[in-house]
Design a protein around this ligand. Structure first.
Ligand code: GDP
Length: 614
């Protein structure tokens, strides 16, 4: 797809005075070559280098020529790619995904006349105890519930309210983990973020974390300065602190709406909702209800009575009872749909959160679903997604250990991403400073997050999304987090002495300068007969019982399961002929360098050194 010929010469700028160049080399060789760069969203500098068929170093140089300092893992925007493409005679085209099993990566293009307005989807984020849950509760209670069914709500992870004839969807799972997890998996399930900051507490670590996530998602942020009912409330401080982080209040000439509220006392919540609706008007969120639905899983669980259930948010299209859907790597047929008030629906429209039953397995939060017409198609898509996911998982498991992590990166600009968690700010700062200063040519340590606190699931999600290793300094993960990290192949390294961290990281980086080898066992042979040959030594008549034994193998002699000798093969023969290898089920004669004490029944285990790749 995005493969360009590896043949470097085809990309070299040709000098006009070069000979054997073909006719008229002055005349735009670029166009003749018709080189195409396939653009995908979220491409990194390394991806772009691949796309142009150049090395990472060359790519970085090109960016430098444009005045951009970047690293290989950084994202590169389309404009920059266009500029470089123009220089090098490439035309840029969007990747067109036609493989329906990758429906989650496909961009849906609608005819503008099919698009209608859809409600905004709002996520509430902020530091713990600043009032996220209270705010979501207060807003939920504010809705006028029709009929007698009202009052009893059930948590399904999202809800909608109606105000002035317009709906607003709230994701009711406060916390960044859900948000990051979804973003990490490519789900764009938030249109607006409400950043809750307690006026009596001010900007705290998780406020900043939330801010980072919201900024990364490139969605408008509304600040809810909460708990203004408290005597110690100091909203101005919050405004100042956030201004320093780039969120300048509208009142101060910036463009971030700040609303002072009390979630507990239900003060000014109306104004907050006004701002949400105003921002949605400005942003014109739209979708096409006329197509088969596509959307995201917000929550999922296994219900004793109802089987796997999931709360979905329809991003576009209309989801109907009876639809077949692929959801992550599983599938199902929608049996029932209900909202958090227990109200049943036959159809769910864009931005509508809905709890569904009828799935075969429990999907994961952040999974993307899509409805299809046909059951068999649906099942086939789910099957092939499942096997692909397994392959990828295996690859990732290999990928992320500290030693192999760097091995798989390109030669020129290797970057080691780290997340540092520690017990006190001082040691974290010290550690960060030391690690970022590590100066080994061609390597860079990049600290993607450093904060005080225990290692959390959120860290694991970020580590997984950014291929980072987590360094815990005087902090430990809980068993659940550890398990999570293991499952996702994220490496957590724990330390209590600063210089040990530095040593380890340096050693790992240095180690990567040399190719790494690993020993791979290729096969085994069993000794069946022995021939003593003067001048040569002992020749063992063997049967290869497993795999293959190669002439250049390293061998281990096992007797009753114990390694009694390690060395190299001196000869390998089939009958009288020297051979390069002997496979399972064949007999052979072999001798071992400097070792003659073989016995019948010994196992010769053959292995090969292989340079580690991936
Ligand atoms: P979360 O961790 O961000 O979800 O915070 P919670 O919503 O659980 O609130 C933490 C605490 O702050 C609870 O005891 C709430 O009652 C209290 N709280 C939340 N909002 C307000 C508010 O506007 N005013 C006051 N005085 N207390 C609040």
């Amino acid at each position: 797809m995005m493969r360009n010929p590896k043949n470097k010469t085809s990309f070299k700028k040709k000098k006009p005075n070069q000979r054997n160049q073909g006719p008229n080399p002055n005349k735009k060789p670029k166009v003749q070559e018709n080189k195409v760069f396939i653009y995908r969203p979220d491409m990194t500098v390394a991806d772009a280098a691949k796309g142009f068929g150049i090395t990472n170093a060359a790519m970085i140089k090109k960016l430098m020529n444009q005045g951009l300092m970047s690293t290989v893992t950084q994202e590169i925007d389309r404009d920059t790619i266009e500029i470089i493409a123009l220089d090098d005679g490439f035309t840029v085209e969007d990747e067109v995904i036609t493989d329906v099993t990758r429906y989650d990566e496909m961009e849906i293009v609608d005819d503008p006349k099919d698009l209608i307005k859809r409600p905004p989807i709002v996520t509430v984020m902020g530091h713990v105890d600043h009032g996220k849950t209270t705010l979501l509760d207060t807003i939920r209670k504010s809705r006028v519930v029709e009929g007698e069914a009202g009052g009893i709500t059930q948590h399904i992870g999202a809800y909608q309210i109606e105000r002035n004839g317009e709906k607003i969807t709230f994701i009711d799972t406060p916390g960044h983990a859900a948000f990051t997890e979804m973003r990490a998996r490519g789900a764009k399930v938030t249109d607006l973020v409400i950043l809750v900051v307690a006026a009596d507490d001010g900007v705290m670590p998780q406020t900043l974390e939330a801010l980072d996530h919201a900024k990364a998602a490139q969605v408008p942020i509304i600040v809810a300065v909460n708990k203004v009912d408290r005597p110690t409330a100091n909203p101005d401080r919050v405004m100042t602190e956030l201004s320093e982080r780039g969120l300048v209040p509208e009142a101060w000439g910036g463009d971030t709406p700040f609303v002072q509220v009390s979630a507990l006392k239900n003060q000014n919540i109306d104004e907050l909702l006004d701002v949400i609706q105003l921002l949605s008007e400005l942003n014109e969120f739209k979708a096409n209800p006329k197509r088969l639905a596509k959307g995201t899983v917000i929550e999922a669980s296994l219900d004793k009575g109802r089987g796997p259930i999931a709360t979905l948010i329809v991003e576009t299209g209309t989801l109907k009872v009876g639809n077949f859907i692929v959801i992550g790597n599983t599938y199902g047929k929608i049996r029932t749909m209900n909202d958090d008030l227990g109200q049943r629906y036959d159809e769910a429209l864009p931005s509508q959160p809905i709890e569904v039953t009828g799935l075969n397995e429990v999907p994961e939060a952040g999974d993307i679903f899509m409805a299809f017409d046909d059951e068999k198609v649906t099942r086939n898509i789910a099957d092939s997604r499942q096997s692909r996911a397994r392959d990828q998982e295996l690859k990732q498991m290999k990928k992320r250990s500290l030693d192999s992590l760097l091995g798989e990166l390109e030669q020129e600009e290797r970057e080691l991403n780290l997340i540092i968690k520690g017990d006190v700010q001082g040691s974290i700062e010290a550690l960060k400073g030391l690690l970022e200063k590590i100066d080994i040519e061609g390597f860079r340590v990049n600290v993607v997050r450093s904060s005080v606190g225990a290692i959390t699931e959120n860290d694991v999600v970020l580590a997984s999304a950014s291929d980072a290793i987590i360094i815990g300094f005087n902090v430990r993960p809980t068993a659940a987090v550890k398990r999570d990290a293991d499952n996702q192949g994220v490496e957590i390294r724990l330390y209590s002495v600063i210089y040990r961290v530095q040593e380890d990281i340096e050693a790992a980086l240095k180690g990567m300068l040399e190719p790494e080898y690993e020993e791979v066992v290729t096969g085994q042979a069993e000794v069946r007969e022995l021939f003593k040959v003067s001048r040569i030594g002992t020749i063992a008549g063997c049967m290869v019982t497993d795999g293959v034994v190669k002439r250049d193998a390293l061998v281990r002699i096992l007797r009753d399961g114990i390694v009694i000798y390690e060395g190299k093969l001196a000869s390998l023969k089939r009958f009288k002929d020297d051979v390069r290898e002997v496979r399972q089920g064949y007999e052979c004669g072999l001798s071992i360098e400097n070792y003659n004490d073989l016995k019948i029944g010994d196992i010769v285990e053959a292995s090969q050194l292989r340079e580690i790749e991936v």
